[in-house]
Design a protein around this ligand. Structure first.
Ligand SMILES: Cc1cc2nc3c(=O)[nH]c(=O)nc-3n(C[C@H](O)[C@H](O)[C@H](O)COP(=O)(O)OP(=O)(O)OC[C@H]3O[C@@H](n4cnc5c(N)ncnc54)[C@H](O)[C@@H]3O)c2cc1C
Length: 453
């Protein structure tokens, strides 16, 4: 008897090393491919991520067409559309998601379809529940998790077959909406090009990864976010043969860890992982929040990062930590405000990674992140952007300051400021807060919340 499978693509927009696709093409004579454009997801996201997503879908459609098939594109609520398409097939094949929103949707769909369901974890290296401590629990501290992660055998995945590719039936298909140039070259092809370029730099990763002025990281996060490349493919190609490579692959363990944590604790997006930190009395400071979003805080490294985010949809990791610390620990603004803004703008914006990292920055979550770790934005800037080139790129009004004054124009000599055409409070803002004052205020607020004052 001829059977037909349906693959519903979500954050796994590739056919290469995609276990849901491989299982469908291996098990069935015919396979249909479906993408649903969900207005609930597409509505609130920035143009960066929208353009990237649509370009990736376009690229997936081309890849499927090059194998003689069609990607069926539908628009609407997947809870209605997917069961309709399932009415015409024998099994639905999907890669699972760790997010609470996605899981609620998937559970609702699983209980309303009239066909078999085959689920995989195609967007992570390791599956939630497979990297555990000796007690059988998920480690709340990253280092033991990563040791175990490296030692855990990878799950077996099907290798795929040569099913006939057919359009999905039972759904109204639409043309892909038009989109503008995405921030990064789209699709699996774009991801492999980026990875190939990165292979020239990966061995130096330990030396370059914290330097935002140079391309010292892979910038693959946007591709991993949409699954145009599998993290397993990245792992296979890069390997761990040098310290730089191992350090880079360890970042994929961070990515898995945050996904496992969210899978175990779906409320991590909205609540502090350690409940006592939800007692912190955050400040209601709309002006401070707006200055932070606009990159007009008077702290050049913070402003550079926030402008890079607003102009490109991406920000270097070191700078994400600095701007995050500034929002939470200098302005004492709730980390959820920062999480929301990042999630809106980042091309790699994704609940598990974003909330996990924001809670790390705020010290409210997992790991041994002590709340009293407060980044000094000036010394961070001097250390990681020594010559000031990153600041010069994103805060051009400070371009002519020397490499000392550029980190902290507020204490530059008036003559140096004048020579560089910088007028504080006019061409560039005065600092919106004093770091030493803010530090003490934050320590007091955290201690109070923890009952340590
Ligand atoms: C406040 C804050 C919010 C963040 N929000 C997100 C987010 O929404 N989505 C996201 O993908 N990353 C997020 N990160 C993590 C990290 O900043 C980005 O993954 C990284 O900057 C992407 O650049 P890259 O691809 O060049 O990284 P590389 O250094 O080349 O690392 C390779 C890959 O490892 C993963 N990775 C690296 N660092 C981390 C990390 N700290 N946590 C989890 N995975 C990591 C990413 O998938 C990345 O593409 C956030 C970090 C902070 C401090």
């Amino acid at each position: 008897m001829t059977t037909t499978g349906l693959v519903w693509f979500r954050n796994d927009l590739r056919i290469e090393q995609n276990p849901a696709w491989a299982s469908a093409t291996e098990q069935h004579d015919k396979v249909a491919a479906l993408v649903v454009l969900d207005p609930k997801i597409l509505g609130p996201i920035s143009d960066f991520r929208r353009n990237q997503f649509l370009a990736n879908v376009d690229s997936l459609a081309n890849d499927i067409a090059s194998h003689g098939g069609t990607l069926t594109i539908a628009h609407g609520d997947p809870r209605a559309i997917v069961p309709q398409a399932c009415g015409h097939v024998d099994a639905l094949h999907v890669n699972r998601t760790a997010s609470g929103f996605g899981r609620a949707r998937d559970n609702a769909i699983a209980s309303s379809i009239g066909c078999d369901l085959s689920t995989w974890w195609g967007t992570l290296v390791s599956e939630p529940g497979t990297v555990l401590t000796q007690k059988g629990t998920l480690s709340r501290v990253f280092t033991p998790f990563s040791k175990k992660w490296f030692a855990t055998p990878l799950p077996e995945h099907p290798s795929g077959g040569d099913a006939e590719l057919v359009p999905a039936e039972g759904v109204e298909s639409i043309e892909l909406p038009s989109y503008d140039t995405p921030p990064i070259a789209p699709g699996t092809h774009g991801a492999h090009e980026m990875l190939a370029t990165w292979l020239d730099g990966v061995d130096d990763y330990d030396d370059t990864r914290n330097l935002p002025a140079i391309p010292g990281t892979s910038q693959l996060s946007g591709h991993l976010r949409f699954g145009t490349i599998s993290p397993r493919t990245v792992y296979d190609i890069v390997g761990t043969s040098t310290p730089g490579r191992e350090g880079f692959i360890r970042q994929l363990a961070w990515r898995d860890w945050y996904a496992h944590l969210l899978f175990e604790n779906p409320s991590m997006v909205d609540n502090a992982v350690r409940a006592e930190y939800d007692n912190i009395q955050w400040l209601h400071d709309p002006d401070g929040l707006q200055a932070w979003k606009d990159g007009r805080t008077g702290y050049p490294i913070v402003d550079a990062g926030m402008r890079q985010l607003a102009q490109t949809g991406w920000m270097h990791n070191r700078v994400r930590m600095i701007v995050g610390s500034f929002l939470v620990k200098d302005l004492l603004i709730d980390w959820r405000e920062g999480e929301k803004w990042f999630r809106h703008l980042l091309i790699d914006g994704e609940p598990s990674q974003n909330a996990g990292n924001w809670q790390w920055v705020a010290g409210t979550g997992t790991d041994a992140a002590p709340y009293f770790r407060i980044f000094n934005p000036i010394s961070q800037s001097e250390k990681f952007d020594r010559a000031g080139d990153y600041i010069r790129t994103w805060v051009p009004e400070l371009r002519d300051l020397d490499s000392k004054s550029i980190h902290w124009p507020a204490s530059a000599a008036p003559l140096d400021l004048a020579a560089a055409n910088v007028i504080l409070g006019d061409t560039y803002p005065e600092p919106i807060i004093d770091h030493a004052f803010a530090r003490d205020r934050t320590l007091a607020a955290y201690k109070k919340a923890l009952g340590k004052d």
